[in-house]
Ligand binder design. Structure first.
Ligand SMILES: Nc1ncnc2c1ncn2[C@@H]1O[C@H](COP(=O)(O)OP(=O)(O)OP(=O)(O)O)[C@@H](O)[C@H]1O
Length: 247
């Protein structure tokens, strides 16, 4: 059974169909990329999967359970985690403290960052573990403001993993990265993917074709093609949809 199954999803903004009868699924251990031109509805899809926006029609199932009407918090408890952009990071705090905050937010503990960190093993343990997963363990005590952009994006991923999710919703994890940083993030995602199901929205096509097991192409809210990276690359209607687009 798929980890995530989406069927017949519809989202209208006035007369605009931002999501047009969209269906797809994500298996455990799989990266399913959603690509498409600007305004195709990729972010709108992610917000509906995360529970921030309710669809007008359709169903979202996690492990076969209907979560369409569940809140962001309920979905988070079930293991759906959305990556947020760097704006959710506290730059003056260390990498470790930022991940501890993410652990704390997930566990619902009270805010205790001012007490000595080594007295809070329930936070430091999972936080160190998440930093190690993304290769930032040696940077645990570095203030985020002293970290490179690519490292900050890795930290963002550590914060997502800190909640021990099962399904990751990654919205442009390579945004603003140099080619070297993007390669590093690609390697990182490949090294962790077997433990999660991942929905990947990304404009960096090199990264998408290296990472994705399956790719679904959105145009005007509608899935016009779905298949392996090789199938998508060779699909004439995908090529047509991207003609004149600089992505
Ligand atoms: N809250 C909203 N109210 C009205 N229209 C919206 C709203 N959110 C998105 N839209 C519209 O829905 C369509 C899809 O937007 P969306 O941001 O999901 O596209 P996208 O594929 O993520 O684009 P990009 O690649 O540029 O981020 C666009 O036409 C957009 O203007």
């Amino acid at each position: 059974m798929s980890l995530l199954t989406v069927s017949g999803l519809v989202k209208r903004y006035g007369g605009l169909l931002a999501t047009d009868n969209f269906s797809f699924d994500v298996r455990h251990g799989e990266i399913h990329a959603v690509i498409g031109p600007n305004g195709a509805g990729k972010s709108t899809l992610i917000t509906q999967l995360a529970g921030e926006v309710r669809p007008d029609a359709g169903r979202i199932l996690l492990d076969g359970r209907d979560i369409t009407n569940e809140s962001v918090e309920q979905r988070s408890l079930r293991g759906i985690a959305r990556s947020y952009q760097i704006t959710s990071i506290f730059p003056e705090f260390s990498a470790l403290q930022n991940v501890m905050l993410a652990v704390q937010a997930h566990q619902g503990h009270s805010f205790r960052l001012w007490s000595p960190v080594d007295t809070q093993p329930e936070l430091t343990g999972p936080a160190h573990e998440a930093l190690a997963r993304v290769g930032l363990e040696s940077r645990a005590h570095v203030p985020v403001s002293d970290m490179a952009h690519g490292e900050q994006r890795q930290l963002e991923l550590a914060m997502v993993l800190a909640g021990k999710p099962r399904l990751l919703l990654l919205d442009e994890p390579m945004a603003g990265m140099s080619q070297a940083e993007s390669l590093q993030m690609t390697r990182l995602l490949l090294s962790i993917k077997q433990d999660y199901g991942i929905v990947l929205v990304e404009h960096d096509m090199d990264a998408v074709f290296k990472l994705a097991d399956r790719v679904t192409v959105l145009v005007y809210g509608r899935a016009i093609a779905s298949g392996t990276p090789a199938e998508i690359r060779d699909n004439p209607s995908v090529r047509t949809a991207y003609l004149g687009d600089d992505e």
